[in-house]
Design a binder for this molecule. Structure first.
Ligand SMILES: C[S@@+](CC[C@H](N)C(=O)[O-])C[C@H]1O[C@@H](n2cnc3c(N)ncnc32)[C@H](O)[C@@H]1O
Length: 461
């Protein structure tokens, strides 16, 4: 195998060290950190770049730490456990600066990323993927960049109870011969909701027995829903963010990190307070959490959301929190834009990972609200969308902030405030450029032999 000694100078969001050869060739090095000199075993060698793994260390970074999870090397979840937490925040800030420069051609001040005091067991939701194979059933996580599932024994990002629920469910599924393709668990720290995504059809009576025995094993589970339940009233749990309460069900979106969601919403509140705007449009509003939180800072809030269950929850949540100056509309943002009429407004965009649809951006560039407040969980997509708002001089970036919603992963929640520029009279210039406290009843599983399985092909094992 081809080996090479390199000095690492940068880090990718996937947690790989980056080194540059004399000829400009870029090396992406698994388990390598900046300020380290390492010997790399090259696994893929192309003309302009090479992929490899650090096999021995001539010097190590003082920012390096021992990963705390036994699955770290293979699990597709975390990328940054070999780096001290404080450093992960510094890199997230750098990635925001670099991405805005590269994609949006904007030079911004490095934001301070609001991190967590205890960045463990922070997720209020998890999805385990399931696979029945040769007499065994696995509920696990995907391996890094692969279709393989591995059996999860421990995960430090989720509450311990999620693992207990998973293990009990694995056993009960095996006993009842029902094998969910995915299992989602949500919690508010006290109550739990489960959603079983089951693509096969199973006898109704077997389903009923599985759900009944799971509810008996874990009384803290408030409801178990599944894909084939159409039109059924779904159980809800109440999530609290500071003084606000939100009912959510298994189908509605809610920020996965409750503590950091409070940090994010407080930040948004501080940001809109001095703007003294009339209307806040909360686009992609989910169960109405942001709009409800900010309603006392504006005259009127309108929320738009595509999922009917979420809009139903949003209306309930407005009542639950005694908020009267808010209205919700069910529909896709891109075809519900006619509701946006007030240009003395702030449009809050909190889109899914794919970012904001072009039709929405075009409409906003026509309506020209005073402010656009962008909350993005995908940095590249956020930079792409910010570029559209700023490239013709319609908006300027007033501030960029970051919240560490997903510690130990390469993701960062990015918050950008855009202010309308006074461009009523301007010349168009075209530039050509090249360039879930459980009383756990633990049930043992005698059949637990499978540790790893390919979800798609079932060929390799
Ligand atoms: C990142 S979540 C934000 C939810 C909410 N703002 C919160 O903080 O809880 C994105 C939301 O957009 C919704 N969504 C996705 N595509 C949509 C579309 N085209 N039109 C309206 N809503 C959409 C999803 O159902 C989800 O609730």
């Amino acid at each position: 195998m081809n080996k090479k000694i390199v000095e690492i100078t940068d880090l990718t969001e996937q947690g790989q060290g980056v080194a540059r050869g004399e000829d400009g060739k870029v090396f992406f090095i698994k388990n390598g950190l900046p300020q380290e000199k390492v010997e790399v075993a090259i696994k893929k060698d192309k003309k302009k770049f090479a992929l490899g793994e650090a096999t021995s260390f001539l010097s190590t970074s003082k920012e390096r730490q021992e990963p705390f999870c036994p699955h770290y090397k293979i699990c597709g979840g975390c990328n940054l456990q070999h780096l001290k937490y404080k450093s992960t925040l510094e890199y997230k800030s750098k990635w925001i600066v670099d991405t805005f420069k590269k994609i949006a051609n904007l030079t911004i001040k490095a934001p301070t990323i609001e991190g967590m005091e205890t960045p463990y067991n922070y997720r209020n939701k998890v999805v385990f993927h399931g696979k029945y194979y040769k007499g065994d059933y696995i509920l696990g996580f995907n391996e890094k960049n692969s279709n393989f599932l591995f059996k999860v024994k421990v995960c430090h990002l989720i509450p311990k109870a999620f693992m207990e629920i998973k293990e009990t469910l694995e056993t009960l599924c095996y006993h009842h011969h029902i094998f969910p393709d995915d299992v989602m668990i949500k919690t508010n720290g006290k109550d739990y909701l489960l959603y079983l995504n089951i693509l096969n059809s199973y006898p109704y009576e077997d389903m009923r027995k599985l759900i009944h025995s799971m509810l008996e094993a874990y009384p803290a589970i408030k409801g178990i829903s599944h894909r084939l339940q159409i039109g059924a009233e779904l159980e809800t749990i109440t999530m609290a963010l500071n003084n606000f309460n939100y009912e959510v069900n298994s189908k509605s979106f809610f920020q996965v990190n409750t503590k950091e969601a409070e940090v994010l919403y407080d930040k948004l509140e501080k940001m809109i307070e001095p703007l003294a705007i009339n209307t806040l449009y909360d686009l992609y509003c989910g169960v109405g959490s942001i709009g409800i939180y900010l309603a006392h800072k504006v005259n009127q809030v309108y929320g738009i959301e595509a999922v009917a269950e979420s809009i139903k929850m949003a209306k309930k949540n407005a009542t639950l929190n005694n908020i009267q100056n808010i209205g919700f509309h069910l529909g896709n943002v891109e075809i519900s834009l006619a509701y946006l009429t007030d240009d003395d407004s702030c449009v809050l965009l909190d889109p899914p990972r794919g970012g904001v649809e072009e039709a929405v951006i075009e409409h906003l560039l026509t309506l020209k609200p005073k402010y656009i407040l962008y909350v993005g969980c995908d940095l590249g997509k956020a930079a792409r969308d910010i570029k559209r708002f700023t490239e013709d001089g319609d908006y300027a970036v007033s501030s960029v902030d970051g919240v560490d919603m997903f510690p130990w992963t390469g993701h960062v929640e990015t918050v950008v405030l855009l202010s309308k520029l006074h461009t009523d009279h301007h010349i168009n210039v075209t530039l050509e450029m090249d360039d879930l406290d459980l009383t756990a009843t633990k049930i043992s599983a005698p059949w637990k032999n499978v540790n790893r399985v390919d979800r798609k092909s079932e060929i390799k094992f």
